[in-house]
Design a protein around this ligand. Structure first.
Ligand code: GLU
Length: 483
């Protein structure tokens, strides 16, 4: 009786934890498997600095409004710090610090030499005109410059929930105006439009990374057997929550890998077809009508949360945090949860889902594709040359020479189609290859950590955190601060 009450009290407390406390609870769980000094672990865990800005903007109707914005730099063990900028009504200091911490661990897990950061402005972007959003973004950037929270070697924002290439272009332009002679200034922000020194494949990167990650996860026969599934993505039924940049691209590339998207949930309803949805057609319908509501060729759910409880192989939450909770987790049937969003599963839901035998692929790994390609964009900006520019033609003539030599030696004549499949790698090829390699290697590392500490003691999330802690701790030790 006593212990039961204690347990209830504990779980209630867990659900009441703030987002940042939840991230730290996961960190603490993992840190018990390491023997670093307590002080070092504390240093890794805390948020190194954060800033709350308030500033006025003039609305189109002439009224003045106070805007609240934040930027948190969670870890300075690597510079610059890196992370998105989100526009949402849920933004507050705790959320931004939690997301900045997740960026630190994410970068460490995929071995990208950045510290973590995150920024946010508390607003619903649908309530503002394009020119109001431009004024807000430029003023926010100005605040970042004033407080030394932006720069190619300081802190580099990127798109996140509610922002896109447009906001990144305004940030770049404002920064350039304030630092006209800085050679590397274009690397002050990533996720820029291609014409503004962006990189091919950045827009698609997070969703593509989710697909590469799940492909890797599903390729391990023994893991799949444990959750009662065959290996391979082919034919797997998938439910996607969120049809924004991440959800749409994840659905697109999962379809290309021959998985079956059976449901897509948006804020105003969900569409479901057991035989599989045509992702492009759903996107076109949304483009035309402004919503996925009542998309033909599918059953419509007025309450989008109902679709998360459908019988399926993989559930991909690709929207916001705290979507899988103690309330709905007992009814979720998916065998695999692929966390494309940041922090979509509460601690209590996590425990419920695992107890039922589901496998959770953590956000810190699965949505790292965005920052990975941001890293490539940053490198491209610092080198001032597009990937593939120097080598592509050279590679192509080498391959052609090889083709001719094989033809001469064997008498075989390659068809035009065969010839076309081999070409010098351009920027898109290199970005995708780097992204795929990153997702494969990081998952291998998580699996190795899991088996090193024992599969039954350490799950994927804890293994990912342990991997991150080792990498960050080693980097601090090299600084000579800690013995
Ligand atoms: N906003 C993305 C994330 O949460 C990308 C961050 C970046 O590219 O810096 O991972």
């Amino acid at each position: 009786m006593h212990s039961n009450r204690f347990y209830q009290g504990m779980t209630q407390m867990l659900e009441k934890q703030s987002f940042f406390q939840k991230v730290n609870a996961n960190f603490d769980k993992a840190s018990r498997f390491t023997d670093y000094p307590q002080g070092l672990l504390e240093q890794i865990k805390v948020c190194n600095s954060s800033c709350h800005f308030t500033f006025p903007i003039k609305r189109d109707d002439g009224s003045i409004q106070t805007i609240h914005g934040w930027r948190a730099e969670h870890s300075h063990h690597n510079l610059p710090t890196k992370g998105g900028l989100r526009y949402s009504t849920l933004v507050n200091e705790d959320e931004i610090m939690a997301l900045a911490a997740l960026m630190t661990y994410k970068c460490a897990i995929v071995d990208i030499p950045f510290g973590g950061a995150k920024g946010g402005i508390q607003l619903d972007r649908n309530e503002y005109s394009e020119s109001e959003l431009e004024r807000i973004t430029r003023r926010y950037t100005y605040e970042l410059i004033q407080k030394n929270y932006i720069g190619p070697g300081i802190d580099v924002p990127a798109p996140d929930f509610g922002t896109s290439e447009n906001e990144m272009a305004w940030i770049l332009d404002t920064y350039l105006t304030m630092s006209p002679d800085k050679l590397d200034a274009i690397a002050c922000v990533t996720g820029k439009p291609i014409e503004q020194n962006g990189i091919q494949g950045r827009r698609e990167a997070t969703g593509r990374g989710v697909a590469f990650g799940l492909e890797e996860v599903c390729s391990h026969k023994d893991d799949m057997k444990q959750v009662g599934l065959e290996s391979g993505l082919k034919g797997k039924s998938i439910v996607i929550q969120g049809f924004g940049n991440v959800g749409y691209h994840a659905a697109k590339y999962l379809t290309e890998a021959e998985a079956n998207i059976i449901a897509i949930a948006e804020i105003d309803g969900a569409v479901y077809n057991q035989k599989g949805l045509d992702v492009e057609k759903v996107a076109a319908y949304r483009e035309e009508t402004g919503s996925i509501r009542h998309y033909p060729d599918a059953t419509f759910f007025e309450n989008p949360y109902d679709s998360l409880e459908l019988e399926c192989d993989i559930l991909v939450p690709a929207a916001l945090e705290n979507q899988l909770t103690a309330e709905n987790a007992p009814r979720i049937k998916a065998r695999i949860i692929g966390e494309a969003a940041n922090g979509p599963t509460t601690a209590k839901a996590d425990a419920i889902l695992r107890k039922r035998g589901a496998m959770i692929i953590p956000d810190t790994y699965l949505n790292a594709g965005g920052v990975t390609v941001s890293y490539f964009e940053w490198l491209r900006n610092l080198s001032h040359v597009g990937f593939g520019r120097l080598a592509r033609r050279f590679e192509e003539s080498t391959y052609n020479a090889m083709f001719r030599a094989v033809e001469r030696a064997t008498g075989y004549q390659f068809s035009e189609k065969e010839r076309r499949t081999v070409h010098g790698a351009d920027e898109t090829d290199l970005v995708n290859s780097g992204l795929q390699d990153t997702m494969i290697n990081a998952y291998q590392e998580i699996r190795d950590t899991r088996s090193k500490y024992g599969k039954n003691r350490v799950n994927n999330r804890t293994a990912a955190f342990i991997t991150a802690i080792h990498r960050i701790a080693r980097s601090y030790m090299q600084l000579g601060i800690f013995p």
